[in-house]
Design a protein around this ligand. Structure first.
Ligand code: UD1
Length: 369
């Protein structure tokens, strides 16, 4: 019998879990792999982590590094220190990392320094904004990866421009969309709309957690003022990230808006409830990366509360648009959508067909040890 290919699959923060889920299923279905899951513990709250493992039926992590929160440097360094012995012990043929969070670059660097081949899933995305911590993580991880799996054509162009040899680059589609497609039916059963007393298409969903929005008090205030205006015309639901909650309640405006009848702040919610909530919504306002992709597939208008996106295909083919981060521009973007003037005919980006993970696993199997 041929030797199994040994892989450590890393995950750490909420947006990683939906990317790892289809990969784990595809490794199992293919056979010939010995895969270990290492959770770094970057996200540790029940609702930011465990819930996703349960809902997406991801096998329990084999190891949890329990690194927790800290400054970016501390967090990255601590993950590296704790991950190295795990790699030395298991001696994998590959370390696989997904996305662009601190866990991605930390574990990627450990693999590269130990001479273990590194696989990056969701490679090549670029916002061209180096003040964004994720952009640094993306550039560095791609620079040291041996196999780069890309979700949209812009990623291939970016990697080539950075001098990455084309033999390492594979355009395979989007694993996040694999998870969305695999869970749509289950999500349809969610009772979240009843629980929150919402009518389909009669509410908007907000998510916001980026330091550039929530740690910058001037910008945060502009955005929250826009929400305050918008909730007069549409009920808004805001499943709130722990960082944002802390900052919101620090301000008078935040405390005021949280008390408004049409503005509902709720704890972070699970994958299935969130999918149901967004798919039935009138529009989404977000600074997340993945939600720009999910709304494109769901055909739900998305206002991205950022000056740039590393996922341009969601604008050229999908339902996404960027707005300036002033209250007028945000409210203007909202009004355009409400009057249907800017609804684009959303296309499904190429290879966002639910089979990206299968493609990735086939390629790794073919390359072998
Ligand atoms: C991280 C990712 C970001 C991703 C986001 C999704 C990086 C650089 N950023 O940002 O790309 O979009 O996850 O959520 O990796 N906290 C808790 N409980 C938790 C996790 C965090 O309370 O389970 C709080 C802590 O106070 C922590 C803060 O949230 O300091 C920020 O967490 P951190 O992991 O540093 O980054 P995120 O902002 O979540």
């Amino acid at each position: 019998m041929p030797k199994a290919i040994k892989i450590i699959c890393v995950c750490g923060a909420r947006p990683n879990f939906m990317k790892v889920a289809p990969l784990m299923r595809a490794f199992k279905a293919h056979g010939g792999f010995d895969v270990r899951i290492v959770h770094t513990g970057q996200h540790y709250d029940e609702k930011m982590s465990n819930l996703f493992f349960k809902e997406l039926q991801i096998p329990e992590p084999d190891v949890n590094l329990e690194v927790g929160s800290g400054s970016h440097t501390m967090q990255t360094a601590e993950i590296m220190k704790r991950f190295e012995p795990v790699v030395l012990d298991f001696k994998p043929n590959y370390v696989l990392v997904v996305g662009d969070v601190n866990s991605t670059i930390a574990c990627g660097m450990v693999a590269a320094k130990l001479g273990v081949k590194l696989i990056h899933v969701e490679a090549g995305l670029r916002s061209f904004d180096r003040t964004m911590p994720e952009e640094i993580n993306r550039i560095l991880t791609d620079a040291i990866s041996d196999l780069l799996f890309v979700s949209e054509p812009s990623g291939v162009a970016n990697l080539k421009r950075e001098g990455i040899s084309k033999e390492k680059i594979y355009f395979v589609g989007n694993v996040m969309i694999d998870t969305l497609m695999a869970n749509l039916k289950k999500a349809a059963q969610s009772t979240i709309l009843d629980e929150l007393k919402l009518q389909p298409r009669k509410y908007g969903v907000i998510t916001m957690h980026r330091p550039s929005n929530v740690d910058n008090s001037k910008r945060f205030t502009e955005i929250v003022y826009a929400f305050e205006q918008i909730q007069k015309e549409l009920v808004l639901i805001f499943p709130i990230h722990p960082r944002t909650r802390k900052n919101l309640y620090k301000t008078k405006l935040g405390r005021h808006i949280s008390s408004l009848k049409n503005f509902h702040i709720v704890d972070p919610i699970g994958y299935l409830d969130f999918l149901k909530l967004t798919s039935e919504s009138r529009l989404v306002m977000t600074d997340s990366g993945g939600i720009q992709e999910e709304t494109t597939i769901l055909g739900v208008p998305c206002i991205t509360l950022r000056e740039n996106t590393e996922r341009p295909v969601t604008i050229t083919e999908g339902t996404n648009r960027l707005v300036n981060l002033t209250r007028q521009a945000i409210v203007g973007g909202f009004r355009k959508i409400m009057s249907n003037r800017s609804v684009s005919k959303a296309k499904r980006p190429k290879l966002w067909d639910g089979k990206a993970a299968e493609r990735i696993v086939k390629i790794i199997a073919k390359i072998g040890l």
